[in-house]
Ligand binder design. Sequence first.
Ligand code: NAD
Length: 428
Amino acid sequence: MDSIFSDAQKRLTEVFKYFELTDDVRVKLKHPKLSLSVSIPVRMDDGSLKVFKGYRVQFDDTRGPTKGGIRYHPDVTLDEVTSLSFWMTIKCAVMNLPFGGAKGGVVVHPKELSRLELERLSRNYIREIADIIGPMRDIPAPDVYTNATIMGWMADEYSQIKRQQLPGVITGKPVHLNGSLGRVAATGRGALYVLQEWVQRIKKEPKNMTLAVQGFGNAGYHFARLAHDEGFNIVAVADSRGAIFSEQGLEPDKVMEHKQQHKDLKTMMYCDGSVCDLQRYKKISSEEMLKLDVDVLVLAALENQIHEDNADDLQAKLILEIANGPVTFNAEAILDKKGVFVLPDVLVNAGGVTVSHFEWVQNRVGLYWEEETVNKRLKEKMSKEANALFDIAEEKKISLRTAAYLQGVKRIAGAIGEKGTREYFQNE
Ligand code: NAD
């Protein structure tokens, strides 16, 4: 299989066919601006010293300070973090936010650490990357297996290093530590708004639509909960241990409540129970869940879940990409032939970074918004940018992903162009 980054870059080649780009833009979008690899020493509870590998990649900052989450996962690689920073660059431009793209990651199985070990690791990671982040330079946020508590520790560590209160260095913080109301559910909520806009366009009724959701963490759970409240029928959910299915539909809140009861008592930070602990639903494998005959397959776990080997087996008519990069480039060609429509990640999961932008604005102004205001502004932003892409795709007869990349790259190219390109300087 190709590296994730070279797979991600193939989408650009597709976009370059649709409009003339200067060499400057092509070159800039091929290379990350800054890649930092760090070794993070952590004193473990048993007294031993363990060193964890960490990364921070800033892909492009032409449109503003870079923005992107921090992932804790045993499979984190520089290639993955680079791809995620590239997608963040496109995503921030698609949403017209004043940010470039970045991403961070630490190679760790966080569920194996105690709370104190996790706190030391998080603070030490910030110490290692402190020189390249900042409220006007690069602003991290949560991603897979990181959460508000961890963001609070990280923001506090940064403020201690700089000897001033700088909450705007990190978003997704706890509400009591200058976080924004509505941030925790923002990614799932934003994805729901995009789905609702699309369902309205194709004139379908939520109550007649079945959904299967892969990934029951921050993004997947809140999406499932809110979609259920809006009348969609969630018939299956999966986490890393397996999946459950019910033809009559599941209640996401009840599933989460049960998962929480079984969480690991050692760390308490993570929900270690599995959806599979629920006795009253039919257990199926994660692979089986992907092949269910549902109206919408929601991918909210990790990248590369739909690939050349399983794309042909899918029966869903629509894919909602909440995870970053869950469908590979080659798989998408297969889905396209089968007539499966994809609502792409760079639009669908942008609710998280949009409310992160709101949090950064609130931190800088020092004035905090009601949750209702946050949700209303999120809805306005998601609906506006989603409908703009639906129109571009329809008008140019291209996929929604190509339309999104077209929109994002055009905005980035505009900013690069304004700084002056070879063409500009040679035409005096
Ligand atoms: P999370 O750690 O809260 O949840 C991840 C979930 O995926 C867990 O339920 C885990 O059990 C499940 N999972 C892992 N491997 C799986 C597998 N093979 N099959 C089924 N389930 C599996 O992470 P999250 O924050 O919800 O992020 C999920 C995805 O959404 C990631 O791709 C992330 O980059 C993307 N995303 C998250 C945010 C955000 O604000 N949290 C924003 C934008 C994009």
